[in-house]
Ligand binder design. Structure first.
Ligand code: NAD
Ligand code: UGA
Length: 447
């Protein structure tokens, strides 16, 4: 089956970049990305410097494909109607209420998508799970599609996304692997092949892995959990380094040189952030509990617990430095994004660290090259903080004359390149991302 029209529901950090790259690499396919958020679609259609996602290389891809065979639209109905293949790239956050609250994935957006697809489809469709979902979600989607339509065949396949923010375009151009899971039926295998053919336009065949649906769904949760586990392992060892005089960077290097372990994802930090690691591990924990595997659930839960411990430990170092009271102290927080090269601050370590410092009486001045003060305040509000009057932002100009400002200390929470050049003079420096060389460092994770 040759696909000529693709629709993607969800124009976020995954839907936007993945569809832009598919459109770029497959000029013979029309790709329409739709979203319930009309403002987001407006900005995807607006000036390149204002597209809603900051991602190196993305604007170039958009510039080439947009209007040629890549379209951003609010017309969900017609995008569904005309497409043979529909991607679901909507958010699947942690549930905030009901059964599984605080752990299970909230599938309401997936369910809403399935209802819309059933409502507007007039011909057979291949439905692709691009969002990260709990194992056996495809079954649930199929049920919704069949309950809400008649005489239409829907084939559901799983194609989880492995891109990391900040390197999304290079990850999509040169993926380690593309995973596609489908039913072992004839129609299932045809649908899998249709998607393999799309990726084969730029991904070498040996990197396209096909499996059954359930392996594919679970492989995504497991991959994220294993990556996060490495960070928590290293972060837990950073605490031991501080007690013993070992250096966590030297330790990481020594461990990572064993090729069976490998050097990547062993960087000690203030804790991992981002919209996926924590939610996906908690989702895995919930699934294990659901299937009665309490020990397995507890094993994975510890990865999240160590992450919270690490964030708290960093904030506590600052508090201890000032004898337990931060009243009257002004702290510069450098970095709000959960990592460099993104404007995404979801679950950023900066949020919990800042809240702890604010609770201890500090005044914070926050700088991030891509995250606005409005977003910073909204993150704190969502974290149920009541301290927003003590937060100020430092604009780019001020950053140039940074050392002249009257701060009591500096905390680096995101590894932006621009922070590497700053000189903090005698200011106490808490370098949670281990980026500064040559400045006087009061505390870096592990030292
Ligand atoms: P996002 O919040 O940036 O984007 C999701 C978009 O879907 C939003 O713009 C929202 O308005 C839209 N949406 C929700 N329900 C809708 C509906 N019924 N109809 C139309 N639009 C709807 O989320 P994201 O970061 O792109 O993540 C999407 C999925 O991909 C999640 O499951 C996530 O776990 C997974 N994932 C994310 C990343 C990442 O780096 N962000 C990487 C791999 C996988
Ligand atoms: C992660 C995975 O790397 C992607 O493969 C996956 O597709 C994605 O989650 C997802 O499902 O959303 P992302 O969260 O965008 O990607 O970014 P990462 O590079 O994985 O970083 C996550 C967090 O871990 C960041 O806060 C980063 O600073 C931290 N980190 C990373 C460390 O603390 N140490 C490291 O060695 C590496």
């Amino acid at each position: 089956m040759k696909i000529k029209n693709i629709c993607c529901i969800g124009a976020g950090y995954v839907g936007g970049p993945t569809m832009a790259v598919i459109a770029l690499k497959c000029p013979h396919i029309n790709v329409t990305v739709v979203d319930a958020n009309t403002k987001r679609i407006e900005s995807w259609n607006g000036p390149l410097e204002k597209i809603p996602i900051y991602e190196p290389g993305l604007a170039d891809v958009i510039s080439e494909a947009r209007g040629r065979n890549l379209f951003f639209s609010n017309d969900l109905k017609s995008a569904i109607e005309k497409s043979e293949m529909i991607f679901m790239a909507v958010n699947t956050p942690t549930k905030t209420e009901g059964e599984g609250e605080g752990m299970a994935a909230d599938l309401r957006y997936i369910e809403a998508c399935a209802k819309d697809i059933a409502k507007y489809s007039k011909s057979d469709k291949i439905v692709v799970e691009k969002s990260t979902v709990p194992i056996r979600t495809a079954e649930k989607i199929k049920e919704i599609l069949e309950e809400n339509s008649s005489n239409i065949h829907f084939e559901i396949i799983s194609n989880p996304e492995f891109l990391a923010e900040g390197t999304a375009i290079q990850d999509l151009f040169k993926s380690d692997r593309v995973l596609i899971g489908g039913d072992e039926t004839e129609s299932g295998q045809k649908a899998v092949q249709a998607l393999v053919d799309i990726y084969a336009n730029w991904i070498p065949k040996e990197k396209i892995l096909t499996t059954n649906v359930w392996s594919s769904e679970l492989a995504k949760l497991a991959s994220n959990s294993m990556l996060a586990q490495r960070i928590s392992s290293v972060n837990s060892l950073s605490a031991l380094c501080e007690k013993t005089g070992a250096d966590i960077d030297e330790l990481s290097k020594a461990i990572g040189m064993d090729h069976r372990i490998g050097p990547k994802f062993l960087k000690a930090s203030v804790g991992f952030g981002g919209s996926c690691f924590q939610k996906d591990i908690l989702n895995l924990v919930y699934l294990c509990k659901y299937y009665g595997l309490d020990e397995v659930a507890e094993y994975w839960h510890q990865v999240v617990k160590i992450n919270d411990y690490q964030k708290d430990r960093f904030a506590q170092k600052i508090i201890d430095h000032f004898g337990g009271d931060l009243s009257g102290k002004t702290i510069a927080i450098l970095g709000w994004a959960f990592k460099a090269n993104t404007n995404d601050s979801r679950e950023s370590a900066s949020i919990m660290i800042s809240e702890t410092l604010l609770q201890c009486g500090a005044k914070l001045i926050v700088f991030d090259p891509q995250v606005s003060l409005k977003q910073i305040l909204s993150d704190l509000k969502n974290y149920k903080s009541s301290f927003d009057s003590n937060i100020y932002d430092l604009n780019k100009k001020d950053l140039q004359s940074f050392d002249k400002k009257e701060f009591d200390c500096v905390a680096i929470t995101t590894e932006w390149d621009e922070f590497k050049k700053l000189n903090f003079g005698e200011l106490p420096l808490f370098d949670g991302r281990r980026i500064i060389a040559g400045n006087k460092i009061t505390y870096k994770i592990g030292s």
